[in-house]
Design a protein. Structure first.
Ligand code: PRT
Ligand code: ZN
Length: 223
């Protein structure tokens, strides 16, 4: 791959993390000129550009070296790492960012008699996080069916395509609306700054260090 002299950060193009991520970068003194196709934002002051993509693509873009860093939910990062994608093991969390908080939880129909993970044995669990769920089930020694759905996981029990679900929960409103109740938390999540364990040894590495220093200042002020 051609060496780059500008740092490239991947972030969500349009979604829950977009506004707060841009806001945080702005407060670190980074400003961007958005290109017309809105995929690429050119950094105006510092040599830092943005690639705006679907959040699910962010860990892969870092692992492939297309981007140096990414702002992504821990849930997405850890799913990628658990799924053992190419280069996944070398991805790490450089900083927790304090927004986009949610949890990945198992939820069961409100009227189901549930006493613990062992009650999931033999059931079908719908989720968009098959790797994280698979790891948790193995840890608990539970043999259950995992049904991978890209979205609308919460309606699977009502549709009869699954018995229970494993999905992101924030307020819990979605679960209540679908007559489900949260039973087990697999992961506490928030947006994180993700990157390879070892920084680039060129100017980009220096820029990462500067960005981390500024982030620490901004995050401290906010706390
Ligand atoms: O298009 P793209 O793939 O980029 O976007 P997306 O639709 O996959 O992601 P998006 O924007 O919905 O979420 C981005 C990230 O925000 C997630 O990966 C999480 O890290 C974080 N986040 C924080 C959440 C939530 N809170 C959240 N509540 N992501 C999703 N939800 C959904 C959840 O899936 C469920 O449907 O909201 C519903 C639950 O919310 P409550 O408040 O009813 O419990
Ligand atoms: Zn997504």
């Amino acid at each position: 791959m051609k060496p780059r002299d500008r740092l490239r950060i991947a972030m969500q193009k349009s979604g829950r993390l977009t506004e707060p991520a841009l806001d945080l970068l702005n407060r670190c003194g980074l400003t961007f000129r958005q290109s017309r196709d809105k995929l690429f934002c050119f950094g105006e002051g510092e040599p830092v550009d943005l690639l705006l993509v679907r959040d699910d693509d962010i860990p892969g873009l870092i692992a492939q070296g297309v981007c140096d860093l990414g702002i992504v939910g821990r849930n997405v990062l850890n799913e990628f790492k658990n799924g053992a994608g190419n280069g996944a093991a070398s991805l790490t969390e450089w900083r927790p960012l304090g927004f986009g908080r949610c949890r990945l939880s198992v939820a069961v129909p409100q009227d189901m008699n549930y006493n613990g993970p062992e009650d999931l044995a033999g059931l079908r669990i719908a989720t968009s996080y098959p790797a994280l769920l698979g790891t948790w089930l193995r840890e608990k020694g539970v043999d259950a069916g995992v049904i991978t759905l890209a979205g609308s996981v919460e309606i699977a029990p009502k549709l009869g395509t699954a018995d229970v679900i494993c999905d992101l929960v924030q307020s819990g409103g979605t679960l209540v609306a679908n007559q489900l109740r949260e039973t087990d938390v697999l992961l506490e999540s928030e947006a994180v700054l993700a990157g390879p364990e070892t920084l680039p040894t060129d100017e980009r590495g220096d820029m990462v260090e500067l960005l981390l220093k500024r982030l620490d200042g901004v995050i401290q002020v906010r706390e």
